[in-house]
Design a protein around this ligand. Structure first.
Ligand code: FAD
Ligand code: FES
Length: 274
């Protein structure tokens, strides 16, 4: 393990552009200088917000030197981070984690809320590989949906987008899992890729098992090092580290992770039920 490479000083980057994706969520675009790192959709960066904290963020665009993360403010670090303006600086380490593996013929991509962030580069990768896909973009309300205009511009030639909102303000009215059941009545897929609220992903896991199809789900856990050193992100009872073996886990692994869909841990290790 090259500790210096993993845990050494973050690379300082400068915000080049910000995009308001919806009422709360912002994408920060920046240039990552001289990166020779390879990238798999689903991987993340540890982002150092000066004077506040270092937090994991999925890579929402990888087109080196241009890279982006999409930030939903939920606490101190994400609030300060998402408010950065062009010209302001922050630090990055990574990319870290396993990423999605792309071995499918027809994919259903299901993103709940900010969970669409790691799925955006996956959409582009699937299209580049000539794989048919439907992206199901879900949120509580219309103005929490992510990347809708961008994804709708890609529709055609084997790619489709469907919207789902709890209140019916856009697309299917209800929860993503109900929309998925309806979609499967008209079409078939061999793989589900998902990221979003864990109870949603746990239900999709049960559904995928029933249908006999593959599922890959991206999990979030509290992280300190992001690269396999501190053990903070270990899962019960397998001990898998979300930052190393994950954040993307496939169905057989999800079966073995007893806490999946049930609880996660805060910064002190205390269990928090979903
Ligand atoms: C691999 C990975 C990728 C991520 N990608 C993104 C992304 O693309 N965009 C984005 O906005 N966020 C992403 N997150 C979540 C983000 O890292 C957290 O929201 C952030 O660390 C919270 O820091 P804070 O100081 O703002 O909030 P805190 O004050 O630390 O927390 C605020 C609230 O959020 C909860 N929380 C914090 N971190 C997590 C977590 N990891 N899982 C579940 N609940 C948590 C806390 O329990 C608390 O209730 C990702 C997390 C992981 C592990
Ligand atoms: S965050 Fe330290 S081991 Fe995963």
């Amino acid at each position: 393990m090259d500790i210096e490479k993993l845990m050494g000083n973050p690379t300082t980057v400068q915000v080049s552009k910000t995009i308001s994706e919806n009422k709360k969520t912002r994408t920060l675009v920046f240039e990552l200088p001289e990166t020779k790192q390879s990238f798999k959709p689903g991987q993340f960066l540890m982002c150092w917000v000066p004077g506040i904290d270092e937090i994991p963020m999925s890579i929402s665009l990888w087109n080196p030197p241009e890279v982006s993360v999409t930030v939903l403010p939920v606490g101190e670090a994400t609030s300060v981070f998402s408010a950065l303006s062009p010209g302001q600086r922050f630090g990055v380490r990574g990319p870290f984690g396993s990423g999605f593996s792309i071995e499918c013929k027809r994919a259903l991509i299901i993103g709940g809320g900010i969970g669409m962030a790691p799925l955006r580069p996956l959409v582009y990768q699937l299209l580049e590989n000539g794989i048919d896909a439907t992206a199901l973009v879900a949120a509580k309300i219309k103005n929490e949906l992510l990347y809708v205009d961008e994804l709708e511009r890609l529709v055609g030639d084997g790619f489709d987008v469907q919207l789902v909102t709890d209140d019916g303000s856009a697309g299917f009215k209800g929860v993503a899992t109900d929309a998925v059941r309806e979609i499967f009545q008209k079409a078939s897929y061999d793989t589900i890729y998902t990221c979003g609220p864990e109870p949603m992903m746990a239900k999709l896991h049960v559904f995928a098992k029933k249908m006999g199809i593959v599922i890959q789900a991206s999990l979030e856990r509290f992280m300190k090092c992001g690269c396999g050193i501190c053990g903070t992100c270990a899962l019960d009872p397998t001990g898998d580290l979300v930052c190393m073996e994950g954040p993307v886990f496939s169905g057989d692994k999800l079966d073995a992770i007893e806490e999946f869909g049930k609880y996660h841990r805060d910064s002190t290790g205390v269990k928090i039920q979903f």
